[in-house]
Design a protein around this ligand. Structure first.
Ligand SMILES: NC(=O)c1ccc[n+]([C@@H]2O[C@H](COP(=O)([O-])OP(=O)(O)OC[C@H]3O[C@@H](n4cnc5c(N)ncnc54)[C@H](OP(=O)(O)O)[C@@H]3O)[C@@H](O)[C@H]2O)c1
Length: 210
């Protein structure tokens, strides 16, 4: 697939590199696409990756990953042009700066706000509930790491399901995009356990069913 990365940091850089190595065509974007950091990222990701402006990355892609800091997300989306029909994976978490809570929630979510800022795009909330270190390596022996996603377009969700499965996750459909109201606090639980409660970042959740 052709995947554009908006926000090529911890999350965007990691997911984009792994998808490039899996054979997808990746366009990383940056406000400084010619920077040394972007050159290093392209070198790591390999021949299936290149760098561009965010607008060019979006135009060239069928799938767009948005992985920007929450306060920058509206501005980042506004500059992308027409996103009608494109699959937009929203990996953001609307974290307060001190990680003590979420800036939006309960009656709406970052995922729903992203959908408003990207009219016509098929928004799927995904990859927000695991740390970027787990995105880099989702292996916990025999224990698959669950990756919940949600959205309102079945085809878009199936695409995201496959993209998560290719990286070694155990993907599950959590329902419509309003379920982002639950997936974003779930991400905060991971962050709290990892960074505040002392478990560290090498943790992940498993989904059991019977
Ligand atoms: N870190 C994690 O483990 C993790 C896990 C799950 C979800 N998340 C969420 O994913 C999002 C990204 O997190 P991250 O840790 O990857 O952040 P990060 O490392 O800071 O990367 C974010 C990137 O966004 C770009 N950016 C910043 N402001 C921008 C703007 N105004 N317009 C366009 N691009 C802008 C920056 O790239 P340039 O300076 O090159 O333009 C930066 O590299 C956040 O919402 C976070 O809550 C993070």
């Amino acid at each position: 697939m052709k995947i554009g990365i908006i926000g090529s940091g911890n999350v965007g850089g990691t997911l984009g590199s792994r998808w490039a190595q899996a054979g997808h065509q990746i366009v990383f974007s940056s406000r400084s696409p010619d920077s040394d950091a972007m050159k290093a990222l392209i070198g790591e990701a390999g021949p299936n990756a290149r760098a561009a402006t965010a607008r060019d990355a979006a135009a060239a892609s069928d799938v767009i990953l948005v992985a920007t800091p929450w306060p920058s997300t509206r501005e980042a989306l506004t500059g992308l042009g027409d996103l009608s029909g494109k699959i937009l994976i929203d990996a953001t978490n609307p974290l307060l700066p001190d990680l003590s809570g979420l800036a939006v929630g309960t009656t709406t979510s970052a995922g729903e706000q992203v959908a408003q800022w990207a009219p016509g795009a098929k928004v799927v909330k995904a990859f927000n509930t695991v740390g970027s270190n787990i995105m880099a390596n989702a292996s916990f022996g025999d224990h698959p790491v669950v990756l919940f996603y949600c959205g309102d377009d079945a085809g878009a969700k199936q695409t995201v399901h496959e993209l998560a499965r290719e990286l070694g996750f155990d993907p599950h459909d959590a329902g419509p995009l309003t379920q982002a109201r639950l997936l974003e606090p779930f991400a905060l639980l991971w962050i709290s356990l990892a960074l505040v409660q002392g478990y560290g970042r090498e943790i992940a959740f498993q989904f059991l069913r019977r």
